[in-house]
Design a protein around this ligand. Structure first.
Ligand code: HEM
Length: 357
């Protein structure tokens, strides 16, 4: 067990100019968010605007885990209600044929423990996961290049195609590599994907990346199954709704513990932590029963009322590293703005009965 890196506050190292760069990213995201609002007269999330299903389930820690995994929320057996929002990454709702990363945001209810944010009175722990083990722009400086590009797309009369053509005239190889990675996103069945936190969190006495992998036969059978999105703008919503009318699903929640800061950096989330050095170890099981996954009331609640945020966390699962620190600012900003202009309450659920059927 001694080979797992021990958590210490000193593991995080603020980058040069990080505050100034973070401020510029937040300002740019706000400008793009306002532009999206003025096009639709309705504000959406600055990222992952389109949802594909809002699910009710249960997270179970079924027995006492080995000491290195019995950390934080997972330190003793327990059962917690969860809400999961499935999504695609763009900050504006478009057709499912757009290349995009898929999101699997988990909100665990009824969690005790000191919260990271001083003004967070909720009893929730969120884990936000995406179907890739790393994020191409893994620190604030890299992210700024991507955000600058997204803002250029916003102002280019030819949108993404125009901004990409201009990029060819004044090449930025690093940005092109990052964009190519984003555009390579698959169009496979969302329920068969494995989802990752990409960046690290504190894991009690240790440091980990969190992931969720399909565990029951019906979702495992969907891994790698392509979805035809060409003539169906809401193809992912349709397949999620159809699936949960027939079956339930089980996912394994896993922790990959950091063993070595040089090979498993915290400050650069673009680096995939090598599974052969540290395996993804199961810490809990998420069971999602058959249900109506996207009724109008549920969709409105999931999209308009709820906010998923990696900083909705207990101290034992504090988000770590540069890309997590910028998220502290922008999730709050995005959520505050969209709730205010849409006239929606901003409230953490205290009980699962608040999620409409
Ligand atoms: C470690 C990498 C990241 C992961 C795994 C991740 C994942 C997600 C997911 C799954 C959602 C949807 C949450 C929901 O369903 O409500 C989301 C939303 C969002 N993400 Fe990220 N994200 C990451 C990095 C970033 C970065 C670097 C930024 C910006 C600097 C960002 C900005 C946002 C914003 C603004 C929202 C919407 C917040 C709201 O209005 O409630 N994310 N993210």
């Amino acid at each position: 067990m001694s080979h797992y890196l021990k958590y210490a506050d000193s593991l995080e190292v603020t980058q040069m100019d990080e505050d100034a760069v973070s401020h510029q990213i937040a300002e740019s995201m706000a400008r793009v968010g306002h532009a999206v609002f003025s096009r639709h007269c309705h504000a959406t999330r600055n990222a992952h605007a389109r949802s594909h299903g809002i699910l009710k389930g249960e997270l179970a820690i079924e027995g006492l885990l080995p000491a290195h995994l019995a950390q934080g929320l997972f330190s003793k057996p327990g059962r917690y209600p969860v809400v999961i929002r499935l999504s695609s990454s763009p900050g504006e709702i478009g057709p499912d044929s757009q290349p995009a990363a898929r999101g699997f945001a988990i909100k665990i209810l009824g969690v005790a423990g000191n919260k990271v944010l001083p003004d967070d009175s909720g009893h929730t722990q969120d884990f936000l996961l995406v179907n890739s083990p790393s994020i191409a722009f893994g620190d604030v400086r890299s992210y700024q290049r991507m955000q600058d590009f997204l803002e250029r797309v916003e102002h280019d009369p030819d949108g993404m195609a125009g901004a990409a053509a201009k990029l060819k005239r004044s090449p930025d190889p690093k940005l092109e590599t990052m964009l190519a990675e984003v555009l390579r996103a698959n169009s496979n069945h969302i329920l068969g994907e494995t989802f990752y936190s990409m960046a690290a969190v504190r894991f009690g006495e240790y440091v980990a990346k969190i992931s969720a992998a399909p565990a029951s036969d019906e979702v495992r059978a969907l891994t790698g199954a392509p979805v035809d999105t060409r003539h169906r703008p809401s193809a992912f919503r349709d397949i999620v709704v159809d699936f949960f009318r027939q079956y339930g699903a089980v996912y394994s929640l896993r922790a990959q513990l950091c063993t070595d800061l040089a090979r498993m950096p915290i400050e650069n989330a673009a680096v995939v932590w090598d599974e052969s050095v540290s395996a993804h170890q199961i810490i809990a099981r998420i069971t999602i029963p058959r249900q109506e996954a996207y009724s109008p009331a549920r969709q409105a609640y999931g999209d308009e009322v709820l906010s998923f945020n990696p900083w909705h966390a207990i101290e034992a699962h504090r988000p770590l590293g540069s890309i997590m620190r910028i998220r502290r600012k922008v999730y709050e900003q995005s959520s505050r703005y969209r709730h205010a202009v849409n006239g929606e309450p901003r409230r953490e659920p205290e009980d699962i009965s608040e999620l409409p059927d």
